[in-house]
Design a protein around this ligand. Structure first.
Ligand code: CP
Ligand code: NVA
Length: 327
């Protein structure tokens, strides 16, 4: 599989075979890492990591993955770069292309990372935009494969705001890779119609099904995976919390809901998660709205069904595969 020089901006740009290859390559790198086999085959390369939004998993994954591959990194934080403030995206892309062998970008609109890639002569990797979070889906699918042995035919249910980066990317990934995707939320939180239509085309090819459901109990019947994400994403105004809590509370992943799912159903979340009051935002909103958790209860998050930390670890192995395959 030849992916050298390719950008990784959204799963729409990759075939099911290419996505499958990246997941398998990640599994190989994971096995090597666990066995203590060095794989620093990319010595002398350098990559830039641009973060216009904060991060724990994605930043750490890029840094450790690069280090394991023998690659040096430069981290540009939300305040440190000139991007978009004193220097255009196009100019930044051409400057960094001359210095680096690859560029990771996390920020706001998808059009920004697309513009960066257009003007860059080295691969650009999307580390999250408002619309898509493609490296997260590779980690999620590696985790599902490890758990169930396959992706095709898995009943995958996404609870909550399905019109943002996670809902969109998971729908594309499921449609391409043959998982049966259900989004469950009030209708206004369903993905964009044009994206649904595109995914219906992929689903025809892969044998996946797409379903949009407003009733949480109906949605999770026979589910293998129940997935959720925060109700308010990075970059959204704090004022939307009240509306989200009112509208999405019935879609919280709790024990009563998970009991309706299959006996072997697992809980997944891209993280970070508001499952208790041990975070600044969680505590503030919890106290304000009289809740002890948001999108998932602490009970489910800490239960045996929860595979969120396996999933988080797989961010590193899958990001390593993306860098190694494309650089
Ligand atoms: N899941 C994820 O992207 O986490 P970070 O925001 O911590 O990178
Ligand atoms: N929807 C979340 C995902 C975080 C990984 C956000 O954009 O904040």
């Amino acid at each position: 599989m030849e992916l050298k020089g390719r950008d990784f901006l959204k799963l729409i740009d990759y075939t099911p075979e290419e996505i499958g290859y990246l997941i398998d390559l990640a599994a190989e790198y994971k096995a090597k890492k666990k066995a203590g086999i060095a794989h620093n085959d990319f010595q002398g390369k350098n990559i830039a990591l641009i973060f216009e939004k904060t991060s724990t998993r994605t930043r750490c994954s890029f840094e450790v993955a690069a280090h394991d591959l023998g690659i040096m990194t430069t981290y540009l934080d939300p305040a440190a770069s000139q991007i978009g403030k004193k220097e255009s995206i196009a100019d930044t892309a051409r400057v960094l292309s001359g210095i680096y062998d690859g560029i990771e970008y996390r920020g706001f609109g998808q059009e920004i990372v697309e513009e960066l890639a257009k003007y860059s002569s080295v691969p650009v990797w999307n580390g999250l935009t408002n619309e898509f979070h493609p490296t997260q889906i590779l980690a999620d699918f590696l985790t599902i494969k490890e758990q169930f042995g396959h992706l095709e035919g898995i009943n995958f249910v996404y609870m909550g705001d399905a019109r943002y980066n996670m809902g969109n990317s998971l729908m594309v990934g499921c449609a391409k890779m043959g998982l049966n995707f259900t989004a469950c939320a009030p209708e206004k939180y369903f993905p964009d119609k044009a994206l649904i239509e595109l995914c219906e085309g992929y689903a025809k090819e892969s044998g996946a099904t797409l379903r949009f459901e407003t009733d949480p109990k109906k949605a999770v019947e026979n589910a293998d995976v129940i997935y959720t994400d925060v109700w308010v994403s990075m970059g959204e105004p704090v004022e939307v919390w009240e509306e989200r809590i009112n509208e999405l509370s019935p879609y919280q992943v709790n024990s009563a809901l998970i009991e309706v799912a299959g006996e072997n159903a697992v809980f997944m979340h891209c993280l970070p998660a508001y499952h208790d009051l041990k975070t600044g935002v969680g505590r503030e909103m919890g106290e304000r709205f009289g809740r002890d958790s948001m999108e998932v209860t602490d009970e489910v998050f800490e239960s045996e069904r929860s595979i969120v930390f396996m999933e988080a670890e797989n961010r590193m192995h899958t990001i390593k595969a993306v860098i190694a395959a494309t650089i």
